[in-house]
Write a protein that binds this ligand. Structure first.
Ligand code: SF4
Length: 452
């Protein structure tokens, strides 16, 4: 479940408290301010500029996804009023607190684990995407849900929320480069090609193919799964969902993240040769009809640019410098990285592994830098650092700046709803069906100590 946050000063992460802090010349944490410090070693100089500098540009913005192509129709954020752009960090924090106090129970703020600290400190709930969507269900009286995360998360919250509740994304440019790697036209074209390619294969009473989409996908892809006997998965229940799909289908089409699909299926004994990749730019996805007929999992050609940064070499260096280090990576990392780590699991898994460590432990973690830095600050009894020595946050999570949060909240105080995210009724019903199938498939969380 998402963590409901009690807003007491002592609960705020205290940067610099961490016991056994890592040499900052080797491993860097993001500065606790509205931008990455100019003295941090970051992957992009744009991280030292205000977030709104990038709203008019056709890119995901600075950070891990900067080089990923932005779809032409991706939502853009209009200009943030100067009163927010010119305010200091302290002034914005005060304005957010005042607006939130004025709105009271009429608004709930959800914060993803990958959000910066100056957003998380205002969140009512902190969690991963599905935990936060479920958290939205527990606040039925709230008129507005402000989702400090990315676009697909706000869509999922809208699918699960009451129709009267407004789900708000503070910055419309906060998409997800991985989610954008699969779109409904390409998936429907792939579906037809695969069905035709396997039409002459012997049947066994199961569907020829079951679509499985990762939570990190657009609502119309979740709806596609709902319409076609498919299901949604998260990084913490992917094995249970794949098991559900194998019981009902001869094959699975898994999108958009190839790595989560591959890592999960490999752990279930599916050989690599039974997992062809589907490249939507190529006929038959770049495969022969026989390869598709022999497939157990057809993997979409998608990936997360944050988790793709982690390497086997980083793990080797961490082990050399910190003998006995416990290496945990997210299953969106490439398979060789998952193989080289001690454990692999979702953000919730990583959180519980750190919280559950009884002895002071050194952790090298392969997930987004904001979450790792927060864990380090909250657990001074452990030594915790990010495997990646360069500060490179998720470009789109980073777009949720306190200026946008202050703006959407003050607009609500004024009786105006801005940046509302809505999913059409038809897509919403089908997407809800795929989400409900996931819930019925009994989500499983791998206990710390194993590979997810
Ligand atoms: S961390 Fe990766 S999957 Fe998550 S929102 Fe960012 S780009 Fe998307």
């Amino acid at each position: 479940m998402a963590v409901r946050i009690a807003h007491r000063r002592s609960n705020r992460p205290q940067a610099g408290r961490a016991r056994g802090r890592i040499d900052p010349a080797r491993f860097h944490a993001p500065a606790r301010s509205n931008t990455i410090s100019a003295t941090s070693v970051s992957c992009d100089p744009g991280l030292s500029q205000p977030t709104w500098s990038f709203d008019a540009l056709p890119t995901y913005g600075p950070g891990a996804s900067l080089a990923d192509p932005l779809p032409a129709l991706a939502p853009r954020q209009g200009a943030l009023p100067a009163t927010y752009r010119e305010a200091s960090a302290e002034e914005l924090a005060a304005r957010i607190r005042t607006a939130k106090a004025t709105l009271g129970d009429r608004v709930v703020i959800l914060g993803h684990f990958y959000q910066r600290d100056d957003i998380v400190e205002h969140a009512d709930f902190l969690g991963d995407s599905f935990q936060l969507a479920n958290a939205a269900l527990t606040v039925q009286d709230a008129e507005a849900i402000v989702f400090c995360g990315v676009h697909f998360m706000a869509e999922t919250a809208d699918v699960l929320a009451r129709p009267e509740q407004a789900v708000i994304l503070p910055n419309l440019a906060a998409g997800c480069s991985m989610a954008d790697m699969a779109n409904i036209d390409d998936v429907e074209a792939a579906w037809e090609q695969i069905l035709a390619a396997v039409a002459d294969s012997p049947g066994d009473g199961r569907q020829p193919i079951i679509p499985v989409t990762y939570m990190n996908s657009a609502a119309n892809l979740k709806a596609f799964c709902g319409r076609n006997g498919g299901i949604v998965c998260t990084s913490s229940n992917a094995a249970a969902v794949l098991q559900w799909a194998f019981e009902r289908g001869q094959r699975v089409l898994f999108f958009p993240d190839q790595h989560l699909g591959r890592n999960t299926a490999r752990a279930m004994g599916v050989p690599d040769e039974a997992m062809p990749m589907w490249n939507p730019a190529l006929p038959l996805g770049g495969n022969s009809p026989q390869a598709l007929a022999d497939a157990r999992v057809i993997l979409w050609h998608g990936f997360c640019s944050v988790h793709r940064r982690f390497t086997v070499e980083q793990i080797a260096r961490a082990r050399a410098e910190y003998p006995g280090v416990r290496v945990i990576v997210h299953p969106e990392c490439p398979a060789p990285v998952v193989d080289a780590a001690d454990e692999s699991g979702s953000t919730d898994y990583i959180l519980k592994a750190v919280q559950g460590a009884k002895e002071p432990t050194t952790f090298a973690i392969g997930t987004e830098i904001n979450m790792v830095s927060r864990l380090a600050a909250q657990h001074p009894e452990h030594t915790i650092f990010c495997l990646d020595p360069v500060v490179c946050p998720c470009s789109t999570m980073y777009r949720i700046h306190p200026g946008y949060l202050a703006w959407v909240l003050e607009e609500l105080v004024a009786g105006r709803v801005v940046n509302r995210i809505t999913v059409g009724d038809d897509a919403s019903a089908d997407a809800r069906l795929a989400l409900e199938r996931m819930l019925a498939a009994v989500p499983s969380a791998t206990p710390p100590g194993g590979k997810a």
